[in-house]
Design a protein. Structure first.
Length: 451
């Protein structure tokens, strides 16, 4: 039988002195880096161990024992979660089987909330449901039953707790069981340390040599000691490792804000760079104004924010996200202004225009009666007395062509079948006329006229 509520009050008065080890972690110094867990569930839409060191099996649908009436994934200000409800007296939830045995020395970190915390509500079952002993809520306080120590202050229903249990073996199955927590106010507290002389806090070893732990359902030794509804956000395990207080603080505390944030602008976007934060698993960048952003997975320390307006000035802040939460925002970067790249104009110069045609005109004055040599076919009508006969030659940019035109106003062009060749010059006609004059003069000289 568990201790009654009245006797329980007496045991609480004998609780170990609890020291508050810190407040909010904004601006805190860097802490001792915690080792990496071998089991890690983030409940971000999947019930898969990110480290591959275990398997998770949810309780069967109701009316099985234990059972889940409903289950679903979601997210809120505290992160992503898996939410369950149960209609069974012994509750629902899930079981985890680890590949490596947790051993007599281990650390377990659990982030969760219960919708009801009255009386006993089992958080972790250590003995494969065969013992009533285990980790419980009791009237909103936390304890490992049957040890007498408990948290000095209550944690009401729906309080999201980062709960860390550290067992350190001392002699065989003997050891200490220490519990730390980060509550709704963000403060880190050492809740209690219990002496375990009988190995009640050593988990059950399964058939494969690993460890079996049950979450959120009760054992078969009692009943009605399980929450009917709750959420789980994160679960980590360190087999054979007892984290120091400083390492526990680091494991549950948000990373420090990133430093050295710079930005360079592009066309409708900006590339943001920063200095890494210890224990960060990812980063989120936010632009101001507008709230556009990007994310990067550690160890990357750069990402590109798209969808920005060209011509608008922006600054950027970065938060680091780790197993212990999200850091405060970094100092903003210097302002940058996205802009479209300069426009390049290509001009095309037209080729020079072809030269103007060259026209040569030769004019013959007087009537020509004798056909020039080389003229074939019937002769057309020649120019009349005193008329001008004109020959025109046109040279274009693509070559030469002859255009012979009678522009006397009374002559005609050659008819069809007539040669289009006109006298090239007046030289032939002039020689004939000169010859006739000389002949007439000669005859006159040979035959003088007598009176």
């Amino acid at each position: 039988m568990k201790t009654s509520r009245r006797n329980r009050a007496v045991l609480i008065a004998a609780t170990l002195t609890v020291g508050v080890l810190g407040g909010q972690w904004s601006g805190r110094p860097a802490l001792a880096a915690a080792p990496q867990p071998t089991v890690h569930y983030t409940f971000d839409g999947a019930l898969t161990d990110a480290k591959g060191g275990s398997t998770l099996k949810v309780a069967d649908p109701c009316p099985a024992d234990p059972c889940n009436a409903t289950s679903e994934f979601g997210s809120d200000a505290d992160g992503t979660y898996w939410h369950w409800t149960s209609s069974a007296d012994r509750g629902g939830g899930f079981t985890i089987d680890t590949t490596a045995n947790l051993g007599t020395t281990y650390t377990v970190a659990l982030k969760f909330s219960f919708a009801d915390v009255d009386y006993y509500r089992k958080i972790i079952d250590y003995k494969n449901r065969e013992s009533d002993n285990g980790f419980y809520y009791y009237d909103a306080t936390l304890l490992f039953y049957p040890f007498s120590e408990s948290s000095p202050e209550p944690y009401p229903a729906n309080t999201v707790l980062d709960l860390i249990a550290v067992r350190q073996a001392t002699d065989g199955d003997k050891g200490t069981f220490t519990v730390y927590a980060v509550g709704a106010d963000g403060s880190f507290k050492h809740l209690f340390t219990s002496q375990d002389d009988t190995g009640e806090s050593i988990p059950h070893t399964n058939a494969s040599g690993g460890t079996t732990l049950g979450f959120f359902f009760d054992d078969i030794a009692t009943s009605s000691e399980a929450a009917r509804e709750g959420k789980v956000y994160d679960l980590r395990m360190w087999p054979n490792a007892s984290l120091s207080e400083e390492e526990v603080k680091e494991a549950v505390s948000p990373p420090l804000p990133p430093t050295g944030v710079t930005a360079s602008a592009g066309d409708g976007q900006a590339t943001v760079n920063w200095t890494a934060s210890a224990s960060a698993t990812s980063y989120r960048v936010t632009a101001e104004p507008g709230g556009a952003g990007c994310t990067a997975t550690a160890p990357e320390t750069s990402c590109v924010v798209e969808g920005l307006a060209n011509g608008t000035s922006y600054t950027f802040t970065v938060v680091a996200i780790g197993d212990g939460g999200t850091s405060d925002p970094s100092q903003p970067s210097a302002a940058v202004t996205p802009a479209a790249p300069p426009t390049t104009t290509t001009s095309v110069t037209a080729p020079p225009a072809p030269p103007e045609p060259v026209v040569t005109t030769t004019t013959i004055r007087g009537k020509v009666d004798t056909q020039p040599a080389g003229n074939t076919g019937p002769q057309g009508t020649t120019a009349g007395p005193g008329a001008d006969s004109t020959t025109t030659t046109t040279v274009g940019s693509g070559g030469a062509s002859a255009d012979t035109t009678d522009r006397s106003g009374s002559g005609t062009l050659p008819r069809t079948g007539e040669s289009g060749t006109q006298p090239a010059s007046v030289g032939g006609a002039t020689l004939i006329i000169v010859g006739l004059v000389l002949l007439a003069t000669f005859r006159r000289r040979r035959h003088p006229v007598t009176g």
